[in-house]
Design a binder for this molecule. Structure first.
Ligand code: AHM
Ligand code: MG
Length: 341
């Protein structure tokens, strides 16, 4: 009888750790705690249509947007699952204005956690896939006190791990700790994440573009030309491309990661920094995509090399298959040269 290797997230993490004799196991424990929070959020998301948790709380979050109850549930669950493990010195969440300190009764650790508890939450009512995004850094402040803002505002290239959980037709956790991207599917029968995707790589060139075309009017002329270019017919370069836009970053990027594709949330004349957040959305996704062989840019520079200035900073983002991201960069640069003439 053929032996099927049944690899849970916990076992995968232990096997990964064995490759690094200096590893203390702390990051593994942290990832384990995160997976517990993900399971609880997944359960709650799955029954969102059945219970009275769905709907608006009536409060606004730090971005002035209306917050749904499920966002708050996910935020609280993340904080409660992560504050007492002794691995973290500070946290920050897209749903909270300031950094979140570890309560004084718990041990302080050497890692920093940033997260978007429930991204794409405007889609909840329509049963569209949404997700939790996380990003982990090593602390840089002195080890004898509480973590600081400085710990949170590190370059994306300093991340030690990043991942997302997608609550879709099944729940999946995808993460990287800097040695490839791995995906785990939650087995609902016994509540374990089981490795379903080992070493995910994304195609270098794709046939899919994802962007909110409703904003066309406000785009940079170079971007308008690029999208037109993707829509033209040219067999040799595989055009026209297909347009796929869910409006839920985790779901759009997850699909593009597997099939190849470029996801864009550009700057435009109304939103000069785009919409998506550097620390909670763009940096973790950029780390994952780069680890899978793709590229992430703000149109000019590598996302992971952007100097963070504030927790809730927004940046334009072009992320996905390497050749496609390079192509949009060249369209944007060419237009800049033209307009400078
Ligand atoms: P959120 O963090 O408030 O949920 O917003 C982020 C979401 C992303 O998931 C998605 O890519 C984007 O907003 C969609 O924005 P738009 O509706 O403007 O296309
Ligand atoms: Mg978000």
């Amino acid at each position: 009888m053929p032996q099927i290797k049944f690899l849970t997230l916990a076992r995968h993490i232990i096997e990964e750790e064995r490759k690094y004799p200096e590893a203390t196991g702390e990051l593994s424990n942290l990832l384990h705690d995160l997976s517990l929070a993900a399971k609880v959020i997944s359960l709650e998301v799955n029954k969102a249509g059945l219970v009275d948790i769905i709907g608006f709380t009536g409060d606004n979050n730090v971005h002035g947007e209306q917050v749904k109850k499920l966002d708050m549930f996910a935020h609280d669950m993340m904080v409660r699952a992560m504050d007492h493990g002794g691995h973290l010195c500070v946290m920050a969440s897209e749903e909270e204005e300031d950094v979140i300190h570890i309560p004084s009764e718990f041990n302080i650790g050497k890692y920093v956690l940033l997260f978007d508890p429930l991204d794409g939450s405007s889609n909840i009512d329509a049963n569209v896939s949404i997700g939790t995004i996380f990003s982990i850094y090593r602390r840089v402040s002195p080890e004898d006190g509480a973590g600081t803002m400085e710990d949170c505002l590190q370059f994306g290239h300093e991340q030690v791990a990043a991942g997302y959980v997608i609550y879709g037709s099944s729940t999946m956790l995808v993460y990287t700790a800097g040695s490839g991207v791995h995906g785990f599917t939650l087995d609902p029968a016994f509540g374990e994440f089981v490795r379903s995707h080992k070493n995910i790589t994304t195609p270098k060139k794709s046939k899919i573009y994802s962007i909110n075309e409703g904003n066309y009017l406000y785009w940079h002329p170079g971007l308008k030309k690029y999208i037109k270019y993707l829509q033209e017919e040219d067999k040799e370069s595989g055009r026209p491309y297909t347009s796929r836009y869910i409006g839920s970053m985790v779901a759009d990027i997850h699909r593009n990661l597997l099939y190849g594709g470029i996801f864009m949330y550009p700057a435009d004349s109304r939103n000069p920094n785009g919409k998506l957040r550097l620390m909670y959305e763009c940096n973790p996704m950029a780390f994952i995509i780069e680890q899978a062989g793709g590229k992430a840019s703000d149109g000019k520079n590598r996302i992971l090399d952007i100097q963070p200035e504030k927790l809730h900073q927004r940046v334009p983002v072009y992320i996905g298959s390497e050749e496609d991201v390079k192509m949009v960069e060249s369209f944007l640069a060419k237009e800049e040269v033209e307009s400078a003439k």
